[in-house]
Design a protein around this ligand. Structure first.
Ligand SMILES: Nc1ncnc2c1ncn2[C@@H]1O[C@H](COP(=O)(O)OP(=O)(O)O)[C@@H](O)[C@H]1O
Ligand SMILES: [Mg+2]
Length: 276
């Protein structure tokens, strides 16, 4: 039989371990259509299914693509992130989280999140509202992945302020790095003024098509941006990635591992960088 002290020790080390292990990663790019939502869904699905991690995803985009793509219909929800933000009721977060069997949990978004600017406008410390919300649930997960809207507004700032890491998906196309400096500047400012723990985890090239010269040139540009931060894994175009959200599933749930291989490699790289 285990002694009381042993059980106690085990409990406490697990408790402290959880606190230390939890990583909160925001996926950011001020452009739309670059693969933020697809990357959040894919990495979340793989962390759960392949690496047996406890994962929560938070949808900060009023378009609610992550929510809908994960099979959750915003109009059917009693409480969403909007209610929590608007009423300053961080403790309600429990009721808003949708638990999905054998998959990641989700804190869903809805269209009225577009009004966040208005209802957070007069709030003191409006940049850290999400951070307070997360405090209520952080011991239950290994990873919290945050999907942002295509802007650097108050919602994205809340995501960055609540995170330990930021990951930038960049589409391999014309003008891939346009506006890149302003995202990096914004991250630096948030690190300096609000969240000293924030680290740039990496940059991942997405929607790559090796048959197109412009994609190859663009990939080279991305690799030169901050070379030590660019992930070796490159996400190629893959029609299954477009199909999966229509079935409310991430790529690893929808398809075979072969079609998820780019994102599996990326997830492995993410895990290895986080260990360092
Ligand atoms: N690697 C990929 N291959 C093919 N289609 C992709 C890929 N990544 C994303 N897409 C598609 O591109 C569109 C935009 O991607 P999305 O993840 O929603 O971008 P964002 O969240 O940055 O707006 C979606 O229709 C998505 O299915
Ligand atoms: Mg999106």
């Amino acid at each position: 039989m285990q002694s009381k002290t042993f059980v106690k020790k085990k409990y406490f080390s697990r408790f402290f371990l959880d606190k230390i292990i939890l990583k909160i990663i925001t996926f950011v790019n001020h452009k739309g259509g670059v693969g933020k939502t697809t990357t959040v869904m894919s990495v979340a699905g793989i962390l759960v299914k392949k690496f047996k991690k406890k994962v929560l995803v938070i949808d900060l985009d009023p378009q609610a693509n992550l929510t809908k793509g994960s099979g959750v219909i915003p109009v059917n929800l009693e409480i969403t992130l909007v209610d929590i933000l608007r009423d300053d009721e961080a403790s309600l977060v429990e009721n808003a989280i949708v638990k999905r069997e054998n998959s990641y949990d989700i804190l869903p978004s809805s269209l009225d999140l577009a009004l966040a600017d208005q209802f957070l406008y007069e709030r003191v410390a409006k940049e850290v509202v999400l951070k307070e919300i997360i405090e209520n649930i952080k011991t239950r997960y290994d990873f919290i992945l945050i999907d942002s809207p295509p802007s650097l507004g108050v919602l994205t700032i809340n995501g960055l302020s609540a995170s330990t890491h930021v990951l930038l998906p960049v589409e391999t196309s014309f003008f891939a790095l346009e506006g890149f400096e302003s995202i990096l500047d914004r991250i630096k400012t948030i690190k300096k003024k609000i969240n000293p723990n924030l680290e740039l985890l990496g940059i991942v090239a997405t929607k790559f098509d090796g048959r197109k010269n412009i994609h190859k040139e663009s990939l080279e540009e991305i690799k030169k941006s901050i070379p030590e931060k660019v992930f070796k894994s490159v996400i190629s175009t893959n029609v299954r990635l477009e199909e999966a959200p229509n079935f409310g599933k991430s790529i690893i749930e929808y398809s075979t591992e072969a079609f998820a291989k780019d994102y599996i490699e990326l997830t492995k790289e993410i895990l290895s960088r986080l260990k360092k």
